[in-house]
Design a protein around this ligand. Structure first.
Ligand code: UD1
Length: 351
């Protein structure tokens, strides 16, 4: 049985990925500092899969603690590195914290992988690396230019991608897969795990859920004067379970196929990059209306001014991931929104 170390495995995307890994027959070790998650997530995973993953509470910045994890669970066949700070606004206020956490963690993971002889890593990146692509780059494929990051958070993703390229170039035993996520939403259909936003949510879906649950008075739709069909921003919302399955595919590919001999940009030697999205853009207003339609819940909302730093429209070309990984994000948005509502009801004790 292959063993996968999942950093940040108690987090939102991490926990759903742990479920998919276990259901695909992998032995999973979770490392998480629980800074933005909690132990009950492990109960949720166990309730779904019937198997509790090994868990170590440790910070990836703590090299001694992380070395001990690599030693205790040797041999580790691959690492999926989710652990990172992810709030864009907070990263502007506390840039040093973000650079230290997000970059220091990856450096430690790579150092220890080398020490332990673990040669495969999947890294969580983001479509934020593309900024606002030109119209002729929509949908965005992996060859679209990387643009100057708008936040320290976005910059850490770019720097970490560069670190992986350089590390794999220098170390022939290292192979990396960079996954650029579009907008992950939804929850496991069981309602036993899902997103746990900290404080007032910044992201659209958690805010919609909390408004529907009565925790927030109303949703603010940030702008309806964009150059889009209904004036609100467009994103590629991808179901978190579809996203989780892509990680299993990425691990499988690295563990079972030789690294392709020939790469073309943006793939360097032994580093492959994939956009993970649906290929379909939806506007903020479409999301809100579809949610109201499928759940019958009331969502008071108002149109307000634009949010600073927002991108007008971006959606993925998932063609490469579809073709190379044999993976597709095809869950209907209605089902995704219902899964998110199901989870919110579970969290709030709503029947
Ligand atoms: C944001 C980050 C992105 C990060 C991602 C992580 C910015 C500029 N981008 O993406 O770097 O990778 O989160 O999940 O912060 N909206 C509302 N009302 C709300 C909240 C959001 O109208 O209360 C709108 C936004 O204007 C946007 C859309 O909903 O058009 C999606 O917003 P959000 O969920 O925050 O994601 P992104 O901004 O795409």
């Amino acid at each position: 049985m292959k063993r996968i170390l999942v950093t940040g495995g108690a987090g939102y995307i991490g926990s759903h990925t742990v479920v998919c890994l276990q259901e695909s027959g992998y032995d999973v070790v979770v490392v998480d500092n629980l800074s933005n998650s909690n132990r009950e997530v492990l109960d949720g995973i166990e309730a779904i899969t019937g198997c509790r993953p090994a868990f170590e509470q440790a910070d990836c910045l703590d090299q001694t603690a992380l070395r001990e994890v690599f030693r205790k669970y040797a041999p580790i066949d691959a690492v999926i590195h989710f652990a990172a700070s992810k709030a864009v606004g907070e990263s502007v206020e506390k840039p040093l914290l973000y650079y230290r956490n997000n970059i220091g963690s990856l450096l430690n993971v790579l150092d220890l992988m080398r020490e332990a002889g673990t040669g495969h890593i999947v890294f969580s990146s983001s479509c934020t690396v593309y900024g606002q692509p030109d119209a002729d780059h929509l949908p965005v494929d992996e060859t679209a230019p990387i643009q100057k990051a708008l936040s320290p958070y976005g910059h850490t993703k770019q720097v970490n991608e560069d670190i992986l390229y350089a590390a794999a170039k220098a170390d022939k035993s290292l192979r990396a897969t960079i996954l650029r996520y579009f907008n992950p939403i939804g929850a496991h259909p069981s309602g036993k795990i899902g997103e746990l936003p900290n404080g007032v949510p910044n992201n659209l879906l958690p805010f919609v859920m909390q408004t529907a649950a009565g925790l927030r008075e109303k949703l603010r739709v940030f702008g309806d004067d964009y150059n889009t069909p209904d004036g609100s921003c467009i994103r590629d919302y991808i179901y978190v379970m579809d996203l989780a399955r892509a990680h299993v595919k990425a691990v499988e590919r690295m563990l079972t196929t030789p690294a392709p001999a020939e790469y073309s940009y943006p793939d360097a030697e032994r580093v492959e990059v994939f956009n993970l999205g649906t290929g379909r853009g939806l506007s903020v207003l479409e999301i809100v209306r579809t949610f109201i339609e499928v759940t019958g819940q009331h969502i008071p909302y108002e149109i307000t001014s634009r949010r600073e730093g927002d991108i007008e429209q971006v959606w993925a070309s998932p063609e490469k991931a579809n073709r190379v990984l044999g993976w597709r994000a095809d869950t209907p948005v209605e089902d995704i929104l219902l899964s998110a509502w199901n989870w919110e009801k579970h969290l709030r004790g709503i029947r």
